[in-house]
Design a protein around this ligand. Sequence first.
Ligand code: ACM
Length: 495
Amino acid sequence: MAEMTSGQFFVVDSMTTVVIDADASAEVARIADMLAAMLYLHPATARPRTARVVGPRAARVQRVSAGERLANSVSLRLAADRPSMRAEGYELDVQRDRVTLVAGEGSGLFYGIQTIRQLLPPAVENRDAINRQLRMPVGRITDAPRFTWRGSMLDVSRHFLGADDVKRHIDLMALYKLNRLHLHLSDDQGWRIEIKSWPRLAQFGGQLEVGGGTGGFYTQEQLAEIVAYARARFIEVVPEIDMPAHVNAALSAYPELNCDGVAPPPYTGIVVGFSALCPESEATWRFVDDVVREIAALVPSPWFHVGGDEVEKLTHDQYVRFVERAQGIVHAHGKQMIGWGEVATANIASSTIVQHWRGDSAHVHVARGGKVILSPGPRMYLDMKYDSSTVLGLRWAGLIDVRQAYDWEPATLRPGVPESAILGLEAPLWSETIETMRDFEFMAFPRLAAVAELAWSAPAVRGWEQFRWRLGAHGPRLQALGVNFYRSPQVPWSR
Ligand code: ACM
């Protein structure tokens, strides 16, 4: 709920302070630091408050005793005493002389800061902007997300993205209050995570990418760093190792994973379905166990995604037995399994999460009491072209311009998959045709912003007509952030 008062503003100036309670936790202090960095790095407000201030952030966050009110301040507070505050929610009260942000937990404060950011002009994103005033309209906002799963998936296998690019994507996800980063870490064309007990997976299987260019992989230290960077922004990394198909990179690195004991050559094309782990080989099960164990130890989130899609080389019986045994291994390493829609046909636990992507059996999983993530290809596959003139991307799931991505209702998408069974939404960005960070961003933006609103906002406050105007006003912000976004003709972009 938002009530804004037109014509009145809170103005950030060089004397504005960020305020937290004297006994605020380290997490609240860290979030306050982020807000201070965001407000004060702007050149117009970059002068230190007093001559004594040394570090650029040190004195900007001030601790005050409970109940003390400071003029010209933005105060951040956790309110455990407000049980009505929903998970991840916040209340933001902007008055002319002070701003108050209250949340039930750290994530809510973080999202409230993202709202403050969006209420401020795009100059807040651009440290080089000069003589721009940071001010936000007076008003009150009470806000909380509709869905707990608000995800973005990067396919770093078909084309590899370095850790710094992934961190930049995390920063952009944070702006839109997304909270799950699914990393598709392996596929036919590349294995992207160091596995110490099977070193050739990354060292050999990670060398190439689609088209034969140089690939790459994350060391375990780099993945841990990505995970920590994401967590600091309330984003959980969800690792995926796709199996039993989409495994040519692994098969080419280790002959014993093939039923005939012969390693195939590396693959750099874009056909799917042709590879499969040998389900009868004990080496396969040592491999699955070692890979899940090493990654589970690196990624603290409770999930492990096993893929499970597009398996053409196994019988259905082999497939369901594979999925059930893989689930046992995931559980043995303390994780909850996630799989693409196809896994619903196996006898999986109701605690397993099924990720719907096409005409699959997600409803079967709902019937057994399970939860579903929606990633419907014709709405949410960010690798689909915007229109027939888009150079990048594929079109097998259709053309997806911004309205197609935005203007639909998750709860009525699939018969047998009601709102209560939907954990949330996730937009996959497959990278068969997407090579560079500029390409990734062109396909992701602005559609990822549409996905984020669909995942966050209740149907009653959503609407295409007003969304496209708000999105248009957002163009200068994306520009200030240096995002290579698609200027959809459906959107009235501000200059
Ligand atoms: C998928 O698009 N193969 C999940």
